[in-house]
Design a protein around this ligand. Structure first.
Ligand SMILES: *Cc1c(COP(=O)(O)O)cnc(C)c1O
Length: 378
């Protein structure tokens, strides 16, 4: 309330000192040179692609199993989204499959750190080798996550974040962030954020309105120092789920130390053969911040049956995401090969409640409902 009053009395509601303060603090926290507050996580991706000069005819490789914006922004610039399969263990871009998607027209790759866990950045970088291909990290769900002890988002040309209310750091509405280490790229993005104008009304490039409101920036400045507390709250839920659900018969516990990266290319979709429920994995060397706790429920119709069962007992769950991008009607003209892991995940995944404020009683209720579902099946 204090922060809001400060903004209301200031008379400056867009960009300005509140945003500059937030940008400084968040850049420090994410160990990046430049951080730009923007209108949303989607606009952060669009702005990154625009600053890199991506346009008609350019190919940009994106994972098929992700939120729509990752591919939608590519198409909006007239470029071609090239859909890549994902790893069945960490649900992220499969570096081996990526290798098969690279062509002489590939200009960029967007690696998504889905559900709060980093993608296999070493594997991806190895595939890109010395080629002139830019890497963008879509870290919308992964603020605070790390890869080899360094924050995600700052390990490539551009990192993008979302402060949509369901993300680990949520605003009271739409907000996002773009980060980079490169001065030139930061400068281009800053210009494009305000219709390419410098000074006002003198336009060097065609940009758009990608600005962030001062009220959101002020709120985010208050919440950022508490990010670790929110993360700890999510982790409490995860620890309980892994211990209690992992002990149930037929449940494949997260296998520590093993990522399925590379399996997409070989077409293997299920790491734990015969399991009735597969818990998410936390891969060593990647600090998982658990934006979602996403289980796999293999077998025709079983995921939807579990979801209905939970809903009947007042437990919310969500399917992130029911249709992989390469099967979306609006991308039909870009459709290539079948992507077996993305398709399997879309039919099997279910995200359980994991918000930081969850009580022990609420956690127990989720575990109890899942347990009775499995017991009733036999
Ligand atoms: C939420 C999200 C976005 C988009 O962020 P908005 O702030 O909702 O525009 C992009 N990519 C991924 C992976 C997301 O989860």
């Amino acid at each position: 309330m204090d922060a809001f009053l400060r903004v209301l009395r200031s008379g400056q509601y867009i960009l300005g000192p509140e945003l500059e303060n937030f940008e400084r603090v968040v850049a420090d926290r994410l160990q990046v040179k430049h951080a730009l507050g923007v209108s949303s996580g989607t606009d952060a991706i669009l702005l990154a692609l625009m600053a890199l000069g991506i346009g008609p005819g350019d190919e940009v490789v994106v994972p098929s199993f992700t939120f729509f914006a990752t591919g939608g922004c590519v198409e909006r610039l007239g470029a071609i989204p090239v859909f890549c399969d994902v790893c069945p263990g960490c649900y992220n871009l499969d570096a081996k499959d990526l290798e098969r998607r690279i062509t002489p027209r590939t200009r960029a790759v967007i690696a998504v750190h889905l559900f709060g866990q980093a993608a296999d950045l070493d594997g991806i970088r190895q595939v890109l080798g010395g080629r002139d291909i830019r890497l963008i990290e879509d870290a919308a769900q992964a603020i605070g996550a790390a890869y080899h002890d360094r924050s995600v988002g700052g390990q490539s040309d551009f990192g993008t974040f979302s402060f949509f209310p369901s993300k680990n750091l949520g605003a009271l509405g739409d907000a996002g962030l773009l980060v980079t280490h490169e001065d030139d790229l930061a400068d281009r993005a800053r210009l494009l954020r305000v219709h390419g104008a410098r000074p006002k009304y003198y336009h060097h490039m065609v940009g758009a309105n990608f600005r962030l409101d001062a009220l959101q920036a002020a709120l985010l400045s208050v919440k950022l120092p508490r990010l670790s507390d929110y993360e700890a709250g999510r982790r409490r839920n995860v620890d309980c789920y892994r211990e209690r659900l992992g002990a149930l018969p037929g449940v494949a516990a997260s296998e520590e130390g093993r990522c399925g990266c590379g399996q997409a290319a070989s077409g293997r979709s299920t790491p734990a053969g015969g399991a009735r429920l597969i818990l998410p994995e936390a891969i060593p060397g990647r600090h998982h911040v658990w934006n979602q706790f996403t289980i796999r429920v293999p077998g025709s119709g079983r995921r939807d049956a579990l979801r209905r069962w939970l809903a009947e007992s007042g437990v919310d769950s969500e399917v992130y995401y029911p249709v992989p991008l390469h099967l979306q009607p609006c991308f039909a003209r870009f459709r290539g090969d079948a992507l077996p892991i993305s398709e399997a995940l879309a039919s099997e995944v279910l995200s359980l409640p994991i918000f930081p404020e969850m009580t022990e009683g609420q956690r127990e209720r989720v575990v109890d409902r899942v347990e009775t579902f499995l017991r009733n099946e036999i």
